[in-house]
Write a protein that binds this ligand. Structure first.
Ligand code: SF4
Ligand code: SF4
Length: 459
C-alpha cells in the first residue's frame, strides 16, 4: 500500500505554510451523541467554579499559592507524594485506556476538541456557512462582505476566548476572587487583567488559527499513539476487507467491487484533513465524523452501515472480537496496585500535618531549678476548612512541655510555626541524646505522635 501520505500532514503545505482545513458540517447519530456529551461537559466546566464546599471552591488549582482543592479536600506542598502517585495513576490509566479504546478521549472528552468542534466550529458555520462557503470567503478578494464576516468572527471568537479565560482563571484562584477583581475594577488589578488578556489571546489564537495543529503537532498524547496502540486497540477504522476494491458506482459494471463508492464524504468531514481509508493515523482524533458521513452514504446506496466504525485491526482483518492480551492484563495489575496505594494514602491522610525540628543553633540549657531544657520548633499545616486548636504532650518521659503562647491554634487552610520548650529533670537523662515522643492532641484526641531526641549532660 502506498504510504506516502505519512510523509506530510494535511495542515502544512509543501512550502511549510498553513493549509487551512474546511471540514464539511458533520451530522448523524454519533454527532448528535457527541453534541449531547459536549453540552454536559460544558455545563460541568462552567458550573464547577460556582460549587462550594464549606465556603471554599470544590475545585481549585492555585499554583502560585501552592494550594489545591479537589472535591473539597485541601492539598498543599506537604501532599507531594499523594500528588505524584495521583499523576502516576492517571498516566497508567490513560495508557490502559488508550491501549483498549484508542484515542476516543481526544474526540469526546478533550477540552481542545470540545471547544474547537462543538463551540467555535459551530459558530463558524453560523457566521460563514458550510465548508464550500467558507472556502469561497477565504478565496474572494477583500470587500465589505468579507470584512464584515471576518470582523464578526474575530469579535465573537475573542469574546468567547475571554469568557473561557475568566473561567480558567476561576479554576486557578477561585470564582470568588475573579468576581471580586471584576467588582473592584481593572485599575486595582491591572497585572491580573493583563494575565487574563494573555490567556484570552492564547485561546483566541488556538481556536481561530492554530486549531487541529494542537492535536497533530503539539499534544504529546497524540504523538504517543504509535507506541500505545496495537492490533487489538479499538479505533475509528475503515473496513478495507469490505470496502476494497473501492470504486464509483457505474451502471452495467459487473466486476466485483467493494462497498466503498469513493464518494470522499469521509474525507470532507474530517477536521484534521485526513483520509481514514489510508489506515490509523496520528492525525485522527477519533471524532467519529467520518463514521456518520459514511453511514449516511451506505444507507443511501442500500449497503450495510459500519464500513467505517469503531473496530480493531484484528476485528477488521480477521473478524476477531476485542480480547484481553498480556499487555492489557499487566497494565491493569499496575493500575490496580496504584489505585490501592493512592486510596490508602488518601484514606489515612491526616487533617493536620506536623513536622518537628530542634531550634537551629541550640543544644540544651540548664535552668535555675536544675532541670535541663531543649527548644523545638513545630511546623503545622491545617488542611481543613476550620481553625484547629492543638495541644502537645510529652509521652515517654517525666517532664514539662511548655508552649510559647500556651494553645496552638492553626487557622483553617493555614500554616503555623510553634515554638515550645521541653524541661526534664537531670535524673531522667541517662544518655546525651534521649529519645522522646511528643503527641499532638486535637480536643483530647491524639492525632499524631512524633519522635525526636532530647539533648542533655550525662552525670
Ligand atoms: S478520520 Fe474520522 S474520526 Fe479521525 S479525525 Fe477524521 S473524521 Fe474524525
Ligand atoms: S464515505 Fe464511505 S463510501 Fe464514501 S469514500 Fe468514505 S469510506 Fe468510501
Amino acid at each position: 500500500m502506498d504510504q506516502s501520505f505519512r510523509d506530510s500532514v494535511a495542515t502544512i503545505d509543501n512550502k511549510g505554510g498553513r493549509n487551512y482545513i474546511f471540514p464539511k458540517k458533520p451530522k448523524g447519530n454519533l454527532y448528535n451523541k457527541r453534541t449531547f456529551a459536549s453540552i454536559l461537559y460544558l455545563i460541568i466546566f462552567f458550573g464547577l467554579p460556582f460549587i462550594k464546599i464549606h465556603g471554599e471552591p470544590m475545585f481549585m488549582i492555585n499554583v502560585l499559592k501552592r494550594k489545591f482543592i479537589l472535591f473539597g479536600q485541601i492539598f498543599g506542598p506537604q501532599d507531594f507524594f499523594i500528588f505524584a502517585l495521583g499523576m502516576l495513576t492517571f498516566m497508567v490509566f490513560i495508557i490502559l485506556f488508550t491501549v483498549v479504546f484508542g484515542r476516543v478521549f481526544c474526540g469526546w472528552a478533550c477540552p481542545q476538541t470540545i471547544f474547537m468542534e462543538m463551540v467555535f466550529r459551530k459558530i463558524e458555520y453560523w457566521i460563514e456557512g458550510d465548508y464550500t462557503k467558507q472556502r469561497q470567503l477565504k478565496e474572494m478578494p477583500w470587500n465589505g462582505f468579507k470584512i464584515r464576516k471576518r470582523v464578526l468572527k474575530i469579535v465573537v471568537f475573542y469574546l468567547i476566548s475571554f469568557i473561557i479565560a475568566n473561567f480558567f482563571m476561576a479554576y486557578l484562584i477561585s470564582m470568588d476572587e475573579v468576581l471580586r477583581y471584576i467588582r473592584e475594577g481593572i485599575s486595582s488589578h491591572f497585572g491580573t487583567f493583563l494575565t487574563l488578556i494573555g490567556f484570552s489571546t492564547v485561546f483566541f489564537f488556538v481556536f481561530y488559527w492554530f486549531r487541529e495543529q494542537v492535536c497533530i503537532v503539539v499534544c504529546p498524547y497524540g504523538r504517543l499513539q504509535g507506541v500505545l496502540l496495537d492490533k487489538n486497540s479499538i479505533v475509528v477504522a475503515y473496513d478495507y476487507v469490505r470496502g476494497e476494491p473501492r470504486g464509483k458506482i457505474k451502471k452495467d459494471v459487473t466486476e466485483i467491487q467493494g462497498d466503498c463508492i469513493e464518494c470522499a464524504a469521509c474525507v470532507r468531514v474530517c477536521p484534521t484533513g485526513i483520509d481514514i481509508r489510508n489506515g490509523t493515523q496520528l492525525e485522527c482524533v477519533n471524532c467519529t465524523a467520518c463514521i456518520d458521513a459514511c453511514d449516511e452514504i451506505m444507507v443511501s446506496v442500500k449497503r450495510p452501515t459500519g464500513l467505517i466504525r469503531f473496530a480493531s485491526e484484528n476485528n477488521v482483518a480477521k473478524g476477531e472480537k476485542p480480547k484481553f492480551n498480556a499487555r492489557i492484563i499487566a497494565y491493569s495489575f499496575v493500575l490496580l496496585a496504584l489505585i490501592s496505594a493512592l486510596g490508602f494514602m488518601l484514606a489515612s491522610r491526616d487533617d493536620v500535618d506536623v513536622t518537628l525540628l530542634r531550634t537551629a543553633g541550640t543544644v540544651y540549657q540548664t535552668l535555675p531549678d536544675g532541670r535541663i531544657a531543649n527548644i523545638y520548633n513545630a511546623k503545622l499545616a491545617n488542611k481543613t476548612h476550620e481553625d484547629i486548636p492543638l495541644t502537645l504532650k510529652l509521652e515517654n518521659i517525666e517532664g514539662e512541655l511548655e508552649v510559647v503562647g500556651k494553645v496552638i491554634i492553626v487557622e483553617k487552610e493555614g500554616y503555623k510555626n510553634a515554638t515550645f520548650i521541653v524541661k526534664v529533670a537531670q535524673k531522667e537523662i541517662k544518655q546525651r541524646k534521649t529519645p522522646i515522643r511528643i503527641s499532638v492532641y486535637q480536643e483530647n484526641v491524639k492525632i499524631r505522635t512524633l519522635s525526636t531526641t532530647f539533648m542533655g549532660p550525662v552525670e
